[in-house]
Design a protein around this ligand. Structure first.
Ligand code: IMP
Length: 419
């Protein structure tokens, strides 16, 4: 059995908890794109874990794979490993193709955002975009480059010349010292040399041996670099198709393509958001849902569910199973709105477009459903949900045309109901 768990909105759908739950019997969990821009929260008892680069399933004993499509912040990785217990390291497999986030990527992420004016994306400033830019420009430094000391010195020196010219001449900031970066990364190299692997063969061999594999998407489909709301996107492919290009694993072998979405919508950073709400409803969702970035602490923008956007995300992922999270956040609202179409020039359509001008011009057509007042966060059986909550889920399943298999009603592991 192979599963891919992906977000169907703009990230922060609560995938971490779903991955944590579904990974219990799985042999291998894989992070296949993005980097430390992700923040996946898992609550176990009194403890809260936030995963940035390791898959959220790292709490269980199993093989942990970081594929070649990831851009890796090594320092952050070491911190995460030491927080979870250094024994964990023995189960990590790091693909030799993964690109390294270098100090200049982080600095450039911030400087470029400051200079972009109206093109500002509101990135997490973790260096993700600049690292992927170097990958595409074929000047990225990969794990395999670091493994070969001389090669690393040559590459770093050539790339640093280019970066330092930009930093000092365009941005007028202090250039980086070669020696400092070189020595620091050599010490990192010693700490990862035993986990470097070929993740693609590893995954295919595991599959052929009948092992269960789970691919964990970070961010969400609407942040996909090609298929998301460009330019307000991340620089990788957080969709099911990303498993093919970012981990080299054939997508036709993925049985369960699980799309996760929150019972409402959030977005962090810039970009269009047709169902965004302001005022007391936004405050209600943000406060009750704890809608502040797990990586940056920024307040998330909040709004109602958007069926055209979800249907689009389901379509581009080929999702065959859905998980709704944070349903409990909506408890206490007398009515709940769902956008079922966009009104444009007198016509209503349920087709989504990633164009900012289109999304900013549409008027959402809402269906208003009754809310419920009961606290559902202790409910552990679907049949015990209030009728209005069941009706809301039934409405969504009907409109989306894909089975909802689980519903999240609370932050703990037990707070997820199987349908
Ligand atoms: P970057 O990935 O840091 O380059 O940021 C690009 C866009 O993606 C910004 O709008 C970020 O807020 C958003 N983003 C990146 N990672 C996440 C995430 O894990 N959750 C939600 N939004 C994210």
């Amino acid at each position: 059995m192979v599963m891919a768990i992906v977000g169907l909105q703009w990230g922060d759908e609560g995938k971490g908890k779903v991955v944590d739950l579904l990974s219990e019997g799985v042999d291998m969990v894989v992070r296949y794109q993005g980097g430390s821009n992700a923040g996946h929260t898992v609550v176990v008892g009194e403890r809260k874990f936030v995963f940035h680069q390791l898959p959220s399933a790292a709490l269980y004993p199993k093989d942990i794979v970081i594929s070649g499509g990831v851009v890796l912040d090594l320092e952050g990785l070491f911190d995460e490993i030491s927080e979870l217990g250094s024994d964990l390291k023995a189960s990590i497999h790091l693909d030799y193709r993964a690109h390294l986030i270098m100090p200049y990527h982080k600095l450039l992420d911030r400087l470029e955002e400051e200079k972009k004016g109206t093109l500002k994306v509101g990135t997490t400033q973790k260096g993700i975009g600049p690292a992927y830019v170097d990958k595409v420009a074929r000047i990225g430094i990969r794990v395999s480059d670091l493994m070969d000391k001389d090669n690393f010195a040559d590459k770093l020196s050539a790339v640093l010349d280019m970066k330092n010219a930009i930093l000092s001449q365009v941005y007028k900031v202090k250039p980086f010292s070669f020696d400092e970066i070189y020595l620091k990364y050599l010490s990192y190299r010693d700490r990862i040399s035993d986990i470097v692997d070929d993740a693609t063969y590893l995954l295919l061999d595991a599959y052929n041996d009948g092992k269960e594999i789970l691919f964990e998407g970070a961010q969400g489909a609407l942040l996909d670099m090609s298929m998301g709301t460009y330019p307000y996107v991340t620089s990788s492919h957080p969709v099911v198709g990303g498993v093919g290009v970012e981990a080299g694993f054939p997508v036709n072998l993925i049985d369960r393509r699980i799309g996760v979405f929150k019972a409402y919508t959030t977005r962090v950073g810039e970009g269009p958001f047709p169902t965004e709400v302001e005022g007391s409803i936004e405050e209600f969702m943000r406060e009750r849902g704890g809608e502040f970035g797990a990586t940056t602490g920024r307040p998330r923008r909040c709004g109602w569910l958007d069926i055209p956007a979800l249907k689009y995300a389901i379509m581009i992922n080929g999702a065959n199973e859905l998980v709704v999270t944070k349903l409990d956040v909506l408890s206490g609202l007398s009515e709940i709105k769902v956008c079922v179409g966009y009104r444009v020039g007198g016509k209503v359509s349920d087709r989504f477009s990633t164009e900012s001008a289109f999304l900013r011009g549409v008027v959402p057509e809402y269906v208003v459903l009754p809310g419920w007042s009961e606290d559902i966060s202790r409910v552990r059986d679907f049949s015990r949900l209030p009728d209005a909550a069941k009706r809301y889920l039934g409405f969504l399943e009907d409109r989306l045309g894909v089975r909802i298999s689980m519903v999240g009603v609370g932050p703990e592991r037990e707070g997820i109901l199987r349908l």
